[in-house]
Ligand binder design. Sequence first.
Ligand SMILES: [Fe+2]
Ligand SMILES: [Fe+2]
Length: 307
Amino acid sequence: MDMSFSIERYKEESRKLDIAGIEWDEVASHPLSKGDLFCLHYMMDIENHVPLYLSHLLVTRACMDPILTAFLACWNYEELWHGENIGRLLNLFGIEFDTQDRIANVRANLGLKNSVSVISTMAGSWMLKDFSAVYLSIGAINELSTLTGYGALIRKSGHPVLKDLLSRIIKDERRHFAFYFNSAKEWLSGNERAQRVDRWMLDRVWVPVGQGVKTQEEVDALALYLFDDEQGEEELLELDAKIGKLPGLAGIKLMSKALYGARERARRDPHWGWRIIEREQWAIAPPRKSPIGHLTGRRTEVEAATS
Ligand SMILES: [Fe+2]
Ligand SMILES: [Fe+2]
């Protein structure tokens, strides 16, 4: 993996996912299992959640750094097309949903939790001098686990068009990983205080990418489907070892710990995780309290026509 990263080159080269030549017509000609479909919905939702994640970051002290904000501007745009294209593939496979409604519903279902978390991230960042070290390390883990997850889904599904699409997305995720990893390394090198804070936060506060938007059981279902075999476990151990190369993080266990946690919960309850996949629970319920229009302030077509 090419680990060098130049922000200037990234700014010049950042562009939306190149989908030229993807055989979209072939999507429905190859099967996808319930587990594949579950993972694709999870992944799409988390890709589409990036702007809200960004909203958390933009209020932190990390964003006083213009290199970081330049990265985030491009990164956010690239991630948009990951979500869009996974959605397109699902639609072409024959699963009907309106992307905009789905995204709005995921966000609305978070309710107050989202605002509270924005405020606490902001406050935390100003109290913690080395907030950036923690955030950059988490960025590295998230990008690396995302691309590892895509690799595992390519392997599990055996679907040629999905393989083509995800391989292209993986290239973007690799660049994102390189940025976060190198930036975290720079921040942590020779900075023992930052290393201690980072390790403490990762051991105690870190959760796998998507958790919070998704429930523990959904996170576990994904882990069990993609990684609960010899190769999967091996990949997660390798992932942890890569993150462990950051100064102060030697021997850290993150994704492998998440897999073992999922296994333990599944041992206590054999239906754990798998029942979500079996029942095809990938639809997102509309928000219970207020219709989307109330939250976004956007008028419905009827309202717009009559005013
Ligand atoms: Fe992505
Ligand atoms: Fe990414």
